[in-house]
Design a protein. Sequence first.
Length: 301
Amino acid sequence: MLGDEGRLRILHLLQQEELSVAELQEILGMGQSRISMQLAQLKQAGLVEVRRAGQKSLYRLRRPLDGEPVIAEMLRHAPAEIPEVCRDNDGLGLVLRKRKDKLRGYFDDLAGKFGRHYIPGRSWQGMAEMLLRLLPPMVIADLGAGEGTVSLMLARAAERVIAVDNSEKMVEYGADVAHRHGVQNIEYRLGDLEELPLEDASVDVALFHQSLHHAIHPERAVAEAYRALRPGGRVVVLDLLNHGCEEAREMYADVWLGFSQPELLTLLRGAGFVSEDISVVHREEAAPHFETVLATAVKPV
């Protein structure tokens, strides 16, 4: 039964968490029919059991595996013997995070109902100002800053903001706005995301705010952010979750149609970052229902 690596990978996952067929399909990258067939075989062999949860069937490893020392030993050694198991564990973490995002989305919907009613003193602007003032003074690089709206907000709490953009007109406009408002702790620099005009280990935070999907080679942009960050510094990516709206390429000059959570995880780890945290933080109500994903990670000390 366990001579098939696919079934062994399934058991290794179900040993950690009960999962649906759809979730297993997302983690393993296998077809639905193949996974369903393997689950049926494992269930018939008495190795997994199924639990109904509403409309879904959740599968889990039958516990305990008393009298099955060979199986227990195979599961224990699976990560060392099957290279895909480590990637499966990463996928499991993302699937479990999605569950939390879905639960949070329910409460977000409730909160939205409250937000439609006027309450004196409640505003997103006030909330943003409050959160900004909780930040310690830092040197922040706003990468792909555009007109510099976010840079101006960050400058209210930052020690210094370096706004980088590859459009000369955007840089001129942003610098002029900052000058007219007397904001002195912003510096605008003309430069490319993949060749940042930043010194090594010179900033505390590197921010990609809806800009990474404009990079020709996003892995190079993330690697450049890593280079510019001080040890212990943090990268923040706020971007679109991968979508199928091809019109965005023409309408917004998007090079990439967003990024999946596994893709962002690969980009961050490939550059050397650790302590990654990735989650979907917003979903638009109107079609095509763009979703926003937030990813953060740390440059090791």
